[in-house]
Design a protein around this ligand. Structure first.
Ligand code: NDP
Length: 285
């Protein structure tokens, strides 16, 4: 069994990004990411701070707007609009989840698609589905980056995705389909989950259920990607029973230190991509 070390792979990717950012800065463009945090959810705060820290480490421009959870939907939409018009901002991210009186759909749709570095806007989701991706959501993109860095063959392979959310499950399946995998989606209504997962050459667990994937559900030698981030007795735990599954898997991601670091790195990647598009646009006018 080989450990798929997300920290290490994302470290390499960050070095590449750092060089690209340096070049952009020489051309007068500093990639900028605006993050909006609504309320004071501890997990959201910690994600946002780590995104900001990574921006700073890479020499990017980062803006954090903190808004109280009493803010109205209109006020939040107008904060987004300000960043849509700000030429120094290449990417806008509104940390989810939002308070229940605010529509996540409206908020996601308010972000200008060309600054939607999370890739959640329906236009970007549609482009991924039709095979012309503009911004691919960060976790799926991080998973693809891991597989490619490790030279793991995708073409023709059986990929099984457990989870069908718009932010992880669906887009990771679509992304790997576009890399010529044969993709099966499983979800909470799937009958005999193990019969499906056992077929997987590449198994992606994104259900948010601690230790859902047991050793008996995994084919010998399979690549196992654990997206889950569950808190059990105050400790972070994936969707895969790591200790047992590592006995059968060919490669496996740990939690923490697997998909998590890749997600943040790909957010930086998408922001740099957006800044490069800004540079191309500037050059064209
Ligand atoms: P959602 O809750 O939006 O989706 C979970 C999906 O899993 C749903 O499609 C659901 O099915 C399915 N599911 C739930 N229980 C089962 C089950 N027992 N058997 C099969 N399928 C099941 O979660 P997200 O996609 O947002 O996140 C998934 C996990 O990944 C979470 O732990 C989250 O914290 C983590 N995450 C980690 C990231 C990282 O960077 N490492 C980034 C984003 C998320 P149905 O559709 O039928 O309800």
């Amino acid at each position: 069994m080989e450990l798929l070390n997300g920290k290490e792979i994302s470290g390499q990717k960050r070095e590449e990004l750092s060089a690209e950012i340096k070049m952009l800065k020489e051309d007068g463009i500093t990639p900028g990411l605006a993050v909006i945090l609504v309320g004071d959810h501890p997990a959201s705060r910690s994600y946002v701070l780590s995104k900001q820290r990574t921006c700073k480490e890479l020499g990017m421009h980062s803006i954090l707007t903190e808004l109280p959870d009493t803010i109205s939907e209109d006020e939040l939409l107008s904060a987004i609009e300000t960043f849509n018009r700000d030429h120094d901002v290449d990417g806008i991210l509104v940390q989810l989840p939002l308070p229940s009186h605010i529509s996540e759909r409206k908020v996601i749709e308010a972000i200008a698609p060309h600054k939607d570095v999370d890739g959640f806007h329906p236009l970007n989701a549609g482009k991924l589905a039709t095979g012309e991706p503009t911004f691919v959501p960060c976790t799926p993109l991080g998973i693809l980056e891991m597989l490619k860095t490790k030279d793991i063959s995708i073409r023709g392979k059986q990929v099984v995705v457990v989870g069908r959310s718009n932010i992880v499950g669906k887009p990771v399946g679509q992304l790997l389909l576009s890399e010529d995998a044969t993709v099966t989606y499983c979800h909470s209504k799937t009958e005999n989950l193990a019969a499906h997962t056992k077929q997987a050459d590449i198994l992606i667990a994104a259900a948010g259920r601690a230790k859902l994937v047991s050793k008996e559900m995994v084919k010998e030698g399979a690549i196992v990607i654990d997206v889950g981030m569950n808190k059990v007795d105050g400790k972070l735990c994936g969707d895969v029973d790591f200790e047992a599954v590592k006995e059968v898997a060919g490669m496996i991601t740990p939690v923490p230190g697997g998909v998590g670091p890749m997600t943040i790195t790909m957010l930086m990647n998408n922001t740099v991509l957006s800044a490069k598009r800004r540079k191309a646009f500037k050059g064209a006018v």
